[in-house]
Design a protein. Structure first.
Ligand code: FES
Ligand SMILES: [Fe+2]
Length: 348
């Protein structure tokens, strides 16, 4: 019997991303009936499009004939047609037609993987099944998303860095007053502090002890069986116009081990006329500022070596970073154990 290095498998799973999760992969407006959209999710190439009923479909981006990317093809009556020799595949990954060859045996065969998809709050989510959870659980979204009084904008970006660093960065409120010290909104507050971590109903909150409401002072993570997100708040100076604080909701998607797609909703609780003026102000002025801040995060994370965590020396402020890693490791352990169990049953 071969000994399986379970610890290495768990570490690998954490690095690739947890399975059994919904991940946002694109903005809703990017998925069209007219042309397919190719992207990557946890190392797999996938293609998305809208079928005749406007429903989003997602399958492997791999033509069953010879492997051409289906995303180079076209949408034909709700199915996708390969650009190379015209094979038509439907949203379940079944070959519908091989136009170049009459009565081809490929027709009717389920040839590529298909994924469950859903749309929520202007984003498209794809479910990556796990051995212990082949069917998708409910996608739980932040409560502001279904609350009319909140208004926001979704912004996405691709970072050449492992997704774990994006999560670590979000679980680390202390970087705000250093990395973003020059920014319009994040320049305030003290540069020295302690951190505290509290359990919440569905996750945890990491917070600076010495200040709240000054700057980017805390982050909360909510963890559900099928997804995980975080939110934080940035208090605005008067000059930023009407409305309450600015809330950022973040989802992080592992595209592959070295690439992450981040999804940030920038939300504000504003109603009536103030809502319109905030939307205008955001587009006219604030959006650019926020891109600049996000760029600072991107450049920093991309500059860190992939294995930085093997040499790092954490200190008290990294409570949130440690907690997020512990959560990922626990979940990965559960998945790996379920997989090993299934494999050993299959081998008997
Ligand atoms: S590779 Fe797609 S039809 Fe040949
Ligand atoms: Fe940041």
């Amino acid at each position: 019997m071969t000994t399986i290095d379970k610890k290495a498998l768990i570490e690998k799973r954490v690095n690739e991303g947890l399975r059994g999760q919904w991940y946002p992969v694109a903005k809703s407006v990017e998925i069209k009936t007219s042309r397919p959209y190719g992207t990557r999710l946890m190392g797999e190439k996938i293609v998305l499009w809208r079928d005749g009923a406007g429903k989003i479909r997602c399958i492997e981006d791999f033509c069953p004939h010879r492997g051409a990317p289906l995303s180079y093809g076209e949408v034909h009556e709700g199915n996708i047609g390969c650009r190379y020799h015209g094979v038509i595949v439907d949203g379940d990954g079944v070959v519908q037609r091989v136009p170049a060859m009459p009565e081809c045996a490929l027709e009717g065969r389920k040839a590529v993987k298909s994924y469950e998809v859903t749309e929520s709050s202007d984003a498209v989510f794809v479910y990556v099944p796990s051995v212990d959870r082949p069917e998708a659980p409910e996608l739980v979204m932040p409560k502001e998303m279904s609350d009319e009084t909140w208004s926001g904008f979704l912004c996405t970006s691709v970072w050449e860095s492992n997704y774990r660093y994006a999560l670590d960065n979000l679980a680390d409120p202390m970087h705000g007053c250093y990395l973003h010290a020059e920014s319009f909104t994040l320049a305030y507050g003290s540069k020295q502090d302690l951190m505290k971590l509290d359990k919440t109903d569905n996750g945890f909150r990491i917070e600076r002890v010495g200040q709240t409401g000054e700057n980017f002072d805390w982050t909360e993570f909510e963890i559900y069986p099928g997804d995980m997100f975080c939110f934080l708040e940035i208090p605005y100076p008067q000059a930023a116009g009407p409305g309450g604080v600015f809330r950022i909701i973040g989802f992080v998607t592992p595209m592959d081990e070295g690439t992450t797609k981040v999804f940030f909703w920038r939300m504000r609780e504003v109603e009536g006329l103030a809502r319109e003026s905030w939307r205008f102000l955001y587009r006219a002025k604030l959006e650019k500022t926020h891109w600049d801040v996000l760029e600072q995060d991107r450049v920093m994370l991309e500059g860190m070596p992939d294995d930085a965590r093997r040499r790092e020396m954490l200190y008290q402020h990294d409570l949130g970073v440690s907690r997020i890693r512990q959560i990922l490791t626990r979940a990965a352990k559960q998945q790996i154990e379920a997989e090993l169990k299934t494999e050993s049953v299959a081998a008997e």
